[in-house]
Design a protein around this ligand. Structure first.
Ligand SMILES: Cc1cc2nc3c(=O)[nH]c(=O)nc-3n(C[C@H](O)[C@H](O)[C@H](O)COP(=O)(O)OP(=O)(O)OC[C@H]3O[C@@H](n4cnc5c(N)ncnc54)[C@H](O)[C@@H]3O)c2cc1C
Length: 412
């Protein structure tokens, strides 16, 4: 097994939240730890459990719950604690969700949209099921904990890449077969924005766009470039903004596969000629998906720029790096710089001052490279590499270049 210490942000969040149903299981004290000499030590205070009458009891059969070794119990317990299964045996109605599946996985935005679907089901009542429609291959392994009751995967090379006509034709067929009560899509540039509007035209629905609040009667969306709110009756088709609802996190769902009765066919007039290569630094920081950001812990600036180039990342910086003249002001991330929403934010030698963390609050995954294991950026990060930035970047460049060479070899 790998020695890399990995944090589990969800387990940590549950351990902090005393009202969470899994809190007790996650935060029970560790009964056995391995001491610095390598010996296993027992913590007598952690053995046993409090019985229903308030008296402490020792469980000699060791049946009162899993016990992990070492101080990193919460992460291991997180795997062992199984969320309750939510079953919909006889479906009364469907709520169709079309996730963006950026990189083949559910994004945070997709999960919010599925959360909104469940909020509508809770409000309407009855046996409603969330039907997720996914195009092409995917790499997602957590449809169950994201809240998907039924999954319709439309496989085939014809759905890969930019294929809006075929995708809309498939969704129109879903409309005929399953007549979903609502259609929910993320209103995002990753796909939902365009697909949702095309679907609206196809099925003759007037969609509500940029919706950040919705129930079965009324919904509110952003209008006028985000400067005002538009409230209206909730239509069947909703294009939802990020954080429209809390994602599902306390139940597991069945993810039963569904299929379409007939193959999808349509006249395709758009030819996908592939992606156009752009300079990542020509993308504005606010829109960049992958940011490599430098702080005071970066000393070899040529190496940093080379790493950004090799990784294909947009460059960002802390205020100190900007004030010291290493990076232009337009690259500053933070409260007085740009607020970024990257899917991956790789912070090199940045301590994680509050003004900087404010600017990366919306980032999906933060990775830290730092020498200080106790710094706030490491606490914020989902993955941290503790080491000298120069050494880590050198190794990163080497690995990425080797990976690219391997890809070229495979293609040849
Ligand atoms: C009003 C106000 C507004 C501000 N607005 C912003 C803002 O918008 N954005 C912003 O970023 N800051 C802002 N700041 C500044 C902020 O408070 C911090 O001073 C700044 O973010 C620190 O930058 P840093 O993390 O790069 O540097 P430092 O705090 O010096 O941290 C350097 C980090 O690098 C690590 N390190 C050192 N050597 C190495 C090495 N060889 N390898 C790996 N790691 C190493 C250290 O452990 C440390 O964690 C603002 C401050 C004020 C008062």
């Amino acid at each position: 097994m790998s020695d890399i210490i990995r944090r589990d942000p969800r387990a940590e969040w549950i351990a902090r939240n005393r009202l969470h149903p899994l809190h007790a299981a996650m935060s029970a004290p560790v009964a056995e730890t391995r001491g610095p000499s390598g010996l296993i030590r027992k913590n007598p205070h952690a053995v046993g459990f409090i019985g229903p009458n308030g008296i402490k009891r020792i469980d000699r059969m060791n049946a009162s719950g899993p016990v992990g070794l070492g101080g990193r119990r919460s992460a291991s317990v997180a795997k062992e604690v199984e969320l309750p299964l939510h079953r919909v045996a006889q479906v009364d109605y469907y709520i169709a969700v079309v996730p963006d599946m950026v990189g083949g996985r559910l994004s945070g935005h997709d999960r919010d949209v599925i959360g909104q679907a469940h909020a509508l089901i809770r409000e309407i009542g009855g046996a409603g099921a969330v039907l997720a429609i996914v195009f092409g291959e995917h790499r997602e392994e957590a449809f169950d904990t994201a809240g998907v009751d039924r999954l319709l995967q439309l496989e085939g090379a014809q759905y890969e890449g930019y294929a809006p006509e075929l995708r809309v034709a498939a969704l129109a067929q879903v409309e005929q077969c399953f007549s979903p009560r609502y259609w929910l899509l993320p209103d995002s540039i990753a796909g939902g924005f365009e697909l949702g509007r095309r679907l609206a035209a196809r099925i003759g629905e007037r969609p509500a766009t940029s919706v950040w609040q919705a129930d079965s009667a009324r919904c509110t969306g952003r209008g006028a470039g985000g400067t005002s709110d538009i409230a209206r009756d909730t239509p069947r088709l909703l294009l939802l903004a990020e954080e429209c609802a809390a994602p599902v996190d306390e139940t597991r769902h069945e993810v039963l596969p569904l299929t379409l009765d007939e193959p999808v066919s349509c006249r395709v007039q758009i030819e996908d000629c592939g992606l156009v290569a752009v300079d990542p630094n020509a993308i504005s920081l606010a829109e960049a998906e992958f940011i490599l950001s430098a702080g005071n812990g970066v000393h070899d600036w040529d190496q940093f720029h080379r790493a950004a180039e090799v990784l294909g990342a947009t460059e960002g910086a802390s205020r100190v790096a900007v004030d010291d003249g290493h990076m232009p002001r337009s690259r500053q991330v933070g409260a007085t710089g740009t607020w970024v929403t990257a899917r991956v934010y790789l912070a090199v030698g940045i301590s994680g001052a509050i003004q900087h963390l404010q600017g990366i609050g919306q980032c999906e995954k933060v990775v830290a490279i730092n020498t200080d294991i106790g710094c706030d950026m490491v606490k914020r990060a989902a993955l941290s590499v503790i080491g000298d930035s120069e050494e880590v970047l050198a190794e990163l460049i080497r690995l990425v270049q080797a990976y690219r060479l391997e890809e070229v070899d495979h293609a040849a």
